[in-house]
Design a protein around this ligand. Structure first.
Ligand code: 5GP
Length: 120
């Protein structure tokens, strides 16, 4: 059902160090960096290091360790940036209807001002 993983997608290139990014967090299984076109005062992307196209792919194929570490990494990034009390929003696009542009799972973390109601 999911597309095969494209090793040349932009986040794969960031993971290989072929493209620069502003890293905010890294561990064995996850990397977080600033979005190049921020949609909020703080807009961070958190990605697993493994080759997963989307949340759907990741939730089927990733190991328990990868899943646990990824979920913890998202929480850690938010906590380390002092976002728990003011609050933040997480979002992951999956597939064409969502407008997913980069075919490597990424969770968007938006913060830095009141974010307003979700539009969809
Ligand atoms: P999607 O629409 O796939 O959920 O989100 C892709 C996100 O990746 C967009 O918010 C876009 O600004 C961001 N993005 C695209 N190319 C790059 C890049 O080369 N570097 C960084 N840091 N972010 C990128």
């Amino acid at each position: 059902a999911t597309l095969p993983y494209d090793d040349n997608n932009i986040f794969a290139r960031i993971l290989r160090g072929d493209l620069p990014s502003k890293t905010v967090y890294e561990d064995e299984f996850a990397l977080a960096f600033h979005d190049i076109n921020p949609q909020a005062p703080l807009h961070i992307l958190v990605i697993p290091k493994g080759p997963y196209v989307s949340w759907d792919d990741f939730s089927q194929r990733a190991s328990e360790a990868e899943i646990a570490c990824f979920v913890r990494a998202v929480g850690t990034v938010a906590r380390d940036n002092g976002l728990v009390v003011p609050g933040y929003r997480l979002l992951a696009n999956v597939g064409p209807h969502s407008g997913q542009e980069v075919p490597h799972l990424h969770v968007h973390l938006f913060a830095g001002q009141p974010l307003g109601p979700m539009l969809v």
